[in-house]
Each structure stands twice: as C-alpha cells, then as structure tokens.
Design a protein around this ligand. Structure first.
Ligand SMILES: [Fe+2]
Length: 236
C-alpha cells in the first residue's frame, strides 16, 4: 500500500522503488537490453545502489523481433545468477518476461508456456503505445482462466489509456494489475506519461513498480519507437 505526499512543487512525492524491481532488462544479449555481461553487471550495481534487492528479469518476447523462448530465458537467468555470485553482487534474479500482446501470446497461454512470478503468478505483458490491440481482452481473459494474474507493463505509457480513463477502470474490473515505471514519476507536469503515472498512483492503481532499465546509463536507453512491432491483430 502506498501513501500519498504532496511536494512543495505540487507534484506527488513518488513512491519508493522498494526492494523489488518488477520489470527490467538485464539479461545480456537477449533483447534491447545490455549487449554484454559487463553492461549487465553495471545495471545490477545500479539497482543495488537504488536499494533493489530482487529484480524480475523481463526480456521482451515478441515473435518477429525477440522470439525468446522460456528455455532461453531460464538459461540466461542461470548464467546471470552465476555471474552475480562470481562478482560478489547480492542481487536476486527472478525469471520473467515482457510478453507482447499479440496472437503468439495466446498460443503461449494455451500451451501453458509462460514465465510468471510471485504468489499471484503475475504475467507481465505490454501493448502497442498508440492503440489498444484487438487481442487485449482475450489475453486477459485467457490468462485469468489459466490461473495467472495479467500485469500490464508501464501502463502510464499508452496514449489510448492516457486519453481514456474509463478504459483504465474497465481493465481493472477485468482483473488486470498495473505495473508503472518508477522513473515516470519524476517527469514534469508537461509530460503525459508523468501525469498518467501520478493519476494511477492517486487512484491506487499501482500494483508493482519497475525500472524498465535497459542500460546502466539513462542516456542510452533504447527509443521505444525503434522496435519493429508486429501486427497485433487477431488472426482471422
Ligand atoms: Fe520493458
């Protein structure tokens, strides 16, 4: 449960990141995260310096761009745990993924081939930024039917939710939990993403926080528009 404090500048005091980072890209070479082990360790050191003790490694799973299988991710997590141990870094890694809301995710749910985390069995998934994917509600329904908790990644980022809070409420009613990127709280009032993060927080809609960190330097975080996005419409 988060408590609300208003700062002198009128912005809400951001919640502390806490000890769990529920969304980060720190497995080397799997997606648009760190290209090598050195960079991955730099991210781990940064997370530890922020007070994070456990990070859910959530590499992208996008069929046409990053077709990371469960097996590949689990192997990478094992390697990363070993690397952290050898480097003397006490960061615990949990295996997860950031699934793209597309037809292939429906197939993964049907095969029960998912990386979920926590006692709630959270499955982190992301949507296109601009528009609601046609498969969104089907994904939510199928995940819940299979015993998982759908966890929508960086909810503050989607333009179609920024402009339609009724849809946000609707997704809550469907049983969708929300992950918000912690850095978004530090964006100014002129930022739609920052304002959305603060609105979600005020409404009590922030279930889990993440850094969504891709690199140790904020100057080289990949642009979201740089990813080639597959067609997210349901196959006929
Ligand atoms: Fe991410």
């Amino acid at each position: 449960m988060f408590s609300l404090l208003i700062r002198r500048d009128g912005l809400i005091e951001p919640p502390p990141i806490g000890e769990l980072d529920a969304h980060c890209h720190l497995l080397p070479g799997l997606d648009d995260g760190p290209p090598n082990e050195r960079e991955a360790l730099a991210i781990a050191r940064l997370l530890l310096a922020m007070g994070v003790r456990t990070a859910v490694a959530t590499p992208h799973v996008i069929s046409d761009v990053y077709p990371n299988s469960t097996e590949v991710i689990l192997e990478a997590v094992s390697r990363m745990r070993r690397l952290l141990r050898e480097s003397g870094l006490a960061l615990e890694i949990i295996a997860g993924a950031e699934y793209y809301a597309e037809n292939d995710l429906l197939d993964l749910i049907a095969r029960d081939d998912l990386l979920a985390f926590g006692s709630e069995k959270y499955v982190l998934f992301e949507s296109p930024v601009e528009c609601q994917p046609m498969v969104l509600e089907e994904i939510v329904f199928n995940l819940r039917s299979a015993g998982y908790t759908p966890l929508l990644a960086h909810v503050e980022r989607y333009r179609y939710l920024q402009t339609d809070h009724d849809l946000v409420e609707h997704l809550r009613q469907l049983g969708v939990c929300f992950q918000v990127n912690h850095p978004s709280f530090h964006l100014p009032k002129t930022s739609r993403r920052g304002e959305m993060a603060r609105w979600l927080y005020t409404r009590g809609f922030v279930d889990l926080l993440g850094t969504d960190m891709h690199r140790a330097s904020p100057l080289i975080q990949p642009s979201r528009g740089s990813l080639k996005r597959p067609d997210s419409r349901r196959r006929p």
